[in-house]
Design a protein around this ligand. Structure first.
Ligand SMILES: [Fe+2]
Length: 442
């Protein structure tokens, strides 16, 4: 027998689609159908990360239910997906009504077929709906995989620079494209991984982390996918000039002498000269490399850029650079927790950092950003693993310690929506609890 909810969702889809073929989007008759479908989808999504609806060898399925029995609505919806040449659709927790309206309009009014439909949908920047991709393609798009690819790309570029060669841009542009797409579809997924800090390969991981964080900053400031790609590319290369500085100075734990600091100050110019020879480099990329140490008040270095009009992406990269630096362990500094880091960013706003960009970034992170370890009113301790982009106070947690402080062998999942997020009473320092937060991200 077809489960009632699966049947209702499928009928809701075909009903809304039929309605939209006759009436405009906000017509009351259509609106009723869309809202009822929206409610059913939300019920389906309760307690889940995502649900999928699509075709399996030509037969419609929704989650684990395959419509093998004759259900006219399922046949109609299956036929529509076939005509559109898409395997299926994925709806993620946090789905908004407007996202559903946009999807339905595209299904009815021709969002194109196959890849074209997928791109049209991606351009609308729906955070909670996407086209289901064939398995292997999807595998390549997982956050950790993309992060790993970015590390490899930086490694190759660094080797080329050390050998005095002009690095190739092709792979970097490729991985930055995936990073930008992922940032738009799952804004906090890559950002969470920026908490991975490999202290032995600092410049290396720092480059990838600044790029990942800069994308989060850029998204919060409303950049388009195309702009995000440029920002991601520039921030990935921002410290390239450091490779030309004596490594003893770069890794020196103590205070730098004046001469050593003068040497450090040369890295933006050296870096800009290197990237200027690379393919696919736009003026914004050069601005980022040259100006990432220029402060908002125009102090900083190099002096040659002070007072010059640089791309706003330069300021976004500076925010990311600062955020990564203060959340990283140094010989002279314990890493700040995400909330402490936010406080620090606020202190630097208006002098070192661009005020509006910094505020947009902070707002997008929510009260307890992804990667925060938090104590609940029950005394349980959990890790924030997901933040709703539409309501950054709604979070999903993995509970790591029970109310008696005992570490759980298998973390329990908990979702706190809206006011329920008030159950979080404080932030906990992962250092104190011996928690490696990145072990818990997918
Ligand atoms: Fe730098």
């Amino acid at each position: 027998m077809v489960p009632e909810l699966a049947r209702k969702v499928v009928q809701g889809f075909t009903g809304a689609i039929k309605g939209l073929r006759l009436y405009p989007l906000r017509h009351p008759a259509v609106e009723r159908q869309i809202l009822s479908l929206y409610e059913d989808l939300c019920v389906f999504l309760r307690g889940k990360d995502r649900i999928r609806l699509g075709l399996l060898e030509g037969t419609l399925f929704i989650e684990d239910h395959l419509f093998t029995e004759t259900v006219p609505a399922a046949e109609e919806l299956g036929q529509l997906l076939k005509n559109l040449e898409i395997e299926g659709l994925e709806f993620r927790f946090g789905l908004a009504e407007d996202e559903l309206r946009t999807l339905l309009s595209l299904l009815v009014n021709g969002g194109g077929k196959g890849r074209v439909f997928e791109n049209t949908l991606a351009k609308r920047q729906l955070s909670h709906i996407s086209v289901v991709k064939p398995e292997e393609e999807e595998e390549e798009k997982r956050p950790r995989q993309i992060y790993g690819r970015a590390l490899k790309v930086v490694d190759t570029i660094f080797q080329d620079v050390r050998l005095g060669k002009i690095p190739s841009s092709a792979e970097a542009l490729n991985v930055v494209k995936s990073m930008a797409e992922l940032t738009l579809s799952e804004p906090h997924a890559l950002f969470a991984l920026s908490m991975l800090k490999d202290y032995d390969n600092y410049t290396f991981t720092h480059s990838v982390n600044v790029s990942v964080i800069a994308l989060a900053v850029g998204r919060s400031c409303g950049l388009t996918e195309e702009q995000l790609r440029i920002l991601g590319f520039g921030s990935l290369l921002h410290d390239l000039g450091k490779l030309k500085i004596d490594v003893g100075i770069i890794t020196k734990p103590g205070r730098l002498t004046e001469e050593e600091f003068e040497e450090i100050k040369r890295h933006p110019r050296t870096g800009a000269d290197i990237v200027a020879g690379m393919e696919g480099v736009t003026p914004e990329v050069i601005d980022i490399v040259l100006g990432h140490h220029l402060r908002y008040d125009q102090a900083g270095y190099p002096a040659e850029v002070s007072g010059k009009k640089l791309s706003p992406m330069t300021s976004m990269t500076s925010i990311a650079d600062t955020y990564d630096a203060i959340t990283t362990l140094r010989s002279y500094q314990r890493p700040m927790t995400p909330r402490k880091a936010i406080e620090r960013l606020r202190e630097l706003t208006g002098t070192v950092l661009h005020p509006q960009f910094t505020e947009s970034f902070i707002a997008s992170l929510g009260t307890y950003p992804v990667g925060s370890l938090v104590r609940l009113d029950s005394n349980e301790i959990g890790l924030v693993v997901w933040v709703d982009t539409h309501d950054p106070d709604s979070v999903r947690l993995k509970i790591l310690f029970d109310e008696n402080g005992e570490r759980l062998a298998v973390p329990a999942r908990l979702t706190l929506i809206g006011k329920k997020a008030h159950r979080i009473v404080a932030e906990v320092d992962p250092f104190v609890k011996g928690v490696e937060v990145t072990d818990y991200f997918d």
